[in-house]
Design a protein around this ligand. Structure first.
Ligand code: UN1
Length: 492
């Protein structure tokens, strides 16, 4: 079996303690990709020492030149899109159309970052005193520790990593332990594009490695995407150590289908939103809130179509839904299905899929529960699997209340033909993103991405806002009057 390496100190190196995690194909666990380092504090310490050197070099590189490296990264990702999509599907399961989209999101992020190297705007404003200049500009912060999940193995490391790099920081990336191969290729491409080697460190592993990065005093900022529970632990440490922290955590996203909706359009939306990526998206549609007048008809339409979704190897033509990422994910979905069975009505699925051809993978049938009560556990808790809860409501007000009555607030969606309701939804739904006549997924790389309430801690990824997270505002005053001028005093 092939042993893969960390990238630390400008070289591909084995883990200090010699421990590894096996990486298998979730569609067929007999297919082993290789073993990847299970790093610990010793590896992280080396990575930090190297990143400190990398930072000193990179911070002095002009931002447009940093952006040029990212432009070449975008070109290399474009050239290798198909190959990366294939290896990504092999290690995490979602169908090729989706992994191609994942790579494309990385490409979009790279080209956006490349041009941002020529902006990184500051402000120049008038001083209150004569012959004095006042301005603000952005400075790099230091070492950015990035902890990323399995579901978007390329896109999420690029959302975090590319802005961090353009802003002049050194990066330590700890990818999800289920997707080390994709991260390895990303680092290879960064190096090929001309990134100075010590500016990027790749530390594979599980929670132990992530915790060591978060707790290291010389890692200045952390960006974490993952569960709300782990995010709380990360937040505790960062709070104690006064680290800058961006958290992107759970979701319990709802699609609202009102009586006047285009039901055929909503049907395509819910199939994609609920069962795309096997429900393993932060933005997955896990609640379907349907108004009384169309409830029965729409649920029938949905159950009929969901039953025909083809489960299988995401690398095979014709597959609609791939496997869950690993055995733990299957057990978690099983636990929620048991909760659902006790709380409401099972309409479709509700068990592992073990038909011929699926028996060696982590497959789960698309599952729909109906008559789900607002505030029941199934309706409130993030499952991260192909499980959809249908809630019946009498009107728009009730739909909005149910949407908002969860602790998460990532995305929401409303299907309606009424423009007044559409704008009310944008205003009244407590989410970071609301889609009108589109499902809860489909965020574009050049807009801010993130959620309110327990989904995040106020920061956004993507678009222009993320550049503020990865840089520090510095203010400069230049007094060319040749005399002492006292602000707030001499001019009043
Ligand atoms: C996620 O939900 O985990 O919104 C990220 C989308 C993607 C990103 C989703 N561009 O569909």
């Amino acid at each position: 079996m092939k042993s893969w390496s960390n990238f630390i100190g400008g070289a591909w190196v084995p883990p200090v303690a010699g421990n590894y995690i096996e990486n298998t194909n979730p569609a067929d666990t007999r297919d082993v990709i290789g073993r990847f380092p299970k790093s610990d504090e010793a590896d992280v310490n080396r990575a930090v020492a190297s990143a400190q050197r990398g930072f000193q070099q990179w911070r002095r590189t002009p931002a447009p030149a940093r952006g040029d490296v990212l432009r070449r990264v975008g070109e290399l990702l474009s050239a290798r899109k198909e190959e990366i999509a294939d290896l990504m599907t092999r290690e995490m399961g979602k169908p090729l159309a989706e992994t191609r989209g994942d790579v494309q999101e990385g490409i979009d992020t790279a080209f956006y970052a490349a041009t941002e190297g020529r902006r990184l705007f500051g402000h120049t404003v008038p001083s209150e005193l004569a012959n004095k200049w006042a301005m603000s500009f952005r400075r790099p912060i230091g070492i950015a520790g990035l902890i990323t999940p399995f579901n978007f193995p390329l896109a999420i490391p690029t959302w975090k990593g590319f802005p961090a790099l353009v802003c002049g920081n050194a990066v330590i990336l700890k990818p999800g332990e289920d997707v080390p191969h994709t991260a390895t290729v990303l680092v290879e491409i960064l190096l090929e594009a001309g990134l100075p080697p010590e500016v990027i460190q790749l530390v594979h592993g599980a929670g132990e490695a992530g915790a060591a990065i978060v707790a290291h005093p010389d890692v200045n900022l952390i960006s974490f995407t993952g569960s709300t529970d782990t995010g709380s632990l990360v937040g505790e440490t960062c709070g104690r150590m006064h680290k800058r922290l961006s958290l992107e955590m759970g979701g319990k996203n709802a699609m609202i289908v009102l009586n006047d909706a285009d039901l055929d359009l909503a049907l395509e939306g819910i199939l994609w939103g609920a069962f795309g990526t096997t429900g393993q998206r932060c933005t997955a549609t896990s609640r379907l809130i349907v108004q009384d007048g169309v409830h029965d008809e729409f649920v029938d339409m949905l159950a009929k179509r969901a039953e025909r979704l083809v489960l299988g190897d995401g690398r095979k033509k014709g597959t609609d839904v791939g496997p869950l990422v690993n055995a733990d994910a299957v057990s978690k979905v099983d636990r929620y299905v048991a909760i659902g069975a006790a709380e409401c009505e099972l309409r479709l699925g509700g068990s592992r899929a073990t038909a011929a051809g699926l028996e060696n993978g982590h497959f789960y049938k698309p599952t729909i529960f109906t008559n789900v009560a607002a505030r029941s556990r199934l309706e409130q808790e993030e499952i991260f699997g192909p499980v959809l809860s249908v809630i019946r409501v009498k009107d728009t007000n009730e739909a909005f209340t149910v949407n908002n009555d969860v602790r998460y607030g990532l995305s929401s969606s409303v299907y309606t033909r009424d423009v007044n309701v559409a704008f009310r939804a944008l205003n009244e739904l407590d989410n970071g993103i609301t889609y009108i006549n589109a499902p809860t997924i489909g965020a574009e790389a050049h807009l801010p991405f993130g959620g309110v309430k327990q989904t995040g801690n106020g920061h956004r990824e993507g678009g222009w806002e993320v550049y503020e997270f990865y840089s520090e505002t510095k203010v400069g005053y230049v007094d060319y009057s040749g005399r002492l001028q006292r602000a707030q005093i001499d001019n009043y």
